[in-house]
Design a protein around this ligand. Structure first.
Ligand code: RP5
Length: 156
């Protein structure tokens, strides 16, 4: 199965990103976790994105806050699907991060999840990989059923 790269702009993002890593583990998806900054290590960002397909990745999850350009820069250098994960920063409750990630120019999309929506980033990555992985698709079906069961069985 193709791998997922979980990339964050700073180590300070790690705690927020953790649910994505946990979810990938639960789904049995091979992944690597890296800190790469669009602003502090731009050459590394370009190099990682350029090589990602040849390195066996199928999806890139890019988490960043504030002027969050990581996902957009990665998407500029690869045709792999890039999922943007806006991190809630100290100002504006993450709206700055969300808009920096979601407002991409025509031709270079970034699939953007909610502010701090780490688990959804992983589930979306799983859904993309599951298009060609029936076993993973079964796990996603089970996940959906568990969500529904939790609602139906809610006791008030
Ligand atoms: C972004 O700036 C990072 O993704 C992080 O969310 C934010 C702050 O980074 P640090 O100054 O804590 O390293 O690039």
């Amino acid at each position: 199965m193709l791998k997922v790269a979980v990339i964050m702009g700073s180590k300070s993002d790690l705690e927020t990103v953790k649910p994505a890593i946990d979810a990938l583990q639960r789904f049995g998806i091979q992944h690597s976790v890296r800190v790469i900054s669009a602003h502090r290590t731009p050459d590394l960002a370009a190099q990682f994105a350029r090589n990602a397909k040849a390195d066996g990745y199928g999806v890139l999850i890019c988490a960043a806050g504030k002027a969050a350009h990581l996902a957009g820069v990665m998407a500029a250098y690869t045709t792999l699907p890039v999922i943007g994960l806006p991190i809630k920063s100290s100002l504006m409750d993450g709206l700055d991060s969300l808009l920096s990630i979601v407002q991409m120019p025509t031709g270079v999309p970034v699939a953007t999840v909610a502010v701090n929506g780490s688990e959804n980033a992983a589930i979306l990555a799983a859904q993309i990989l599951a298009l060609s992985e029936p076993t993973l698709a079964d796990k996603l079906d089970a996940h959906k059923k568990a969500l529904a069961d939790a609602i139906v069985n809610t006791e008030l």
